[in-house]
Design a protein around this ligand. Sequence first.
Ligand code: PLP
Length: 422
Amino acid sequence: MNPRCASVLDTPPTAAWPPDVERLRDDFPALRQHVGGRPLAYLDNAATTHRPAAVLAALDRFYRRDNANIHRGVHRLSVRATEAYEGARATVARFLNAARPEEIVFVRGATEAINLVAYSFARPRLRAGDEILVSELEHHANIVPWQLVCEQTGARLRVVPITDAGELRLDSYERLLTERTRLVALTHASNALGTLNPVRQLVALARQHGVPVLLDGAQAVAHVPVDVRALDCDFYVFSGHKVFGPTGIGVLYGKAALLEEMPPWQGGGDMIRTVSFERTTYADPPQRFEAGTPHIAGAIGLAAALDYLRSLDAESLARHEHDLLAYGTARLAALPGVRLLGTAADKVPVISFTIDGVHPHDAGTVLDQLGVAVRAGHHCAQPLMQRLGVPATVRASLAFYNTRTELDALVEGVRRAIEVLR
Ligand code: PLP
C-alpha cells in the first residue's frame, strides 16, 4: 500500500523541507498539554483542528477593541467591525480563488452551507422523477439535506458506489449521470477513509451533461490547495473549525450567476433591500443569504486562520503529512488483527482501522488513557460503514502539526488495547 496524499510526491521537495514541526507546534497552545499524565497526541483533526495563537489573538482583539454590530452602524467601532468582516470575506475569496468576494456566503459550517443550497437552489428546481447524485463516501451532512428536499419534491437520490479500496467507481458515476440528474453533490475528501476524489475530472464529466456540482470540501481545505475556478464547480463548502479557525463559522462559495438566481432561505435583518407589509425586496448576494447578525468574530478568526496557513510552506507541509500517513499506515498494518479501511491511491491523512475482537469504542477509551485522542464510531457516515460491513472504525486523522512520535504513541496504544481487551 502506498497512499500518495494529494500527489505531493510528484515534485521534488522545496528548500523548506523538512518543516520545523516542533516550532510550528508552539503556535498551537492546546497541543502543549498532558492528558492522563502523558503528552497529548491529538489525532482527531478530521473532527476539529486546533487553533493557532494568531486566531486566538484575532478573536481577542475583536472583542476587546472593535466589537460592534456590522453594516448598520455609523459609529467608529461598527465601521471597524464591518471592515474586518468584509475583509474576511475577501480573504476567503482569495483562499478559494473565487472570482469575487460576493461569491462567498458566511454560514455556520459545511452542514448549513449544504442545507442552504438544498433549500434555495435545489428545491425550487426539483420535480418528481429528477435525481440528485451523491456517493457512498458522503458524510451525513451531504446526504440528509438532499433526502429532505427529495421527500418534499418527489425527486430521487442516486448513489455512486465505491470500490473496496474506498475509491469512487468512475464507470458507475458516468452511467448514473443522465438527463434526469439535476445536481451532483460529492465530497472532495472522505472524512471516514481519507479518499481524495478526482474532483476536477468529476466536475468535467458533470459539465458534459450540463449538471451543476456541489463539492463538500470540509476534509480537503486543510490538506490540499483549492481553486474553485480551476475546478469549475458551482458550489464549494467548508467549515472554519476544520481548517484551524473558530467553530460556528463556515463558507458557501457559489458562482455569482447562480447565487443571483437563488431566493432567500431565511428572512430577517440584513438580508433585505426594502420592507413593507405589502412587499419586501431582497439584498443582492451574499447578504441575501446572511439573515440576522452573523458570527462576526468567527469570520475574522477564520480569516486569521487562512492568513496563518498562507504564511506556511504548503508543499513541505503536504509532504510531511504524506510521510506521516505512510508511516502510520505501515506501522498499524504490521500489527496482528489490525485491518485498514480506505486504501485509495490518493488520500488526505486519515487512517481508519478495525481491530479483530476489540470494539472501536473500547480501543478509543484505552488510547485516551494513554493521551492519544482518536475518534471511534461511524464518523457520521453510516451508509459507508454499511458498505464496508463494519459498525464503526477507529480513526486517526492528522494535521501538519502531528509527528511520528505521536503515531508511535498510537501504535503502542493499539498494542495495549489488544493486550487488555482481547
Ligand atoms: N462534510 C464532511 C466531509 C465532514 O467531515 C463534516 C464534518 O465532519 C461535515 C461535512 C460537516 O461539517 P460541520 O459539522 O462542521 O458542519
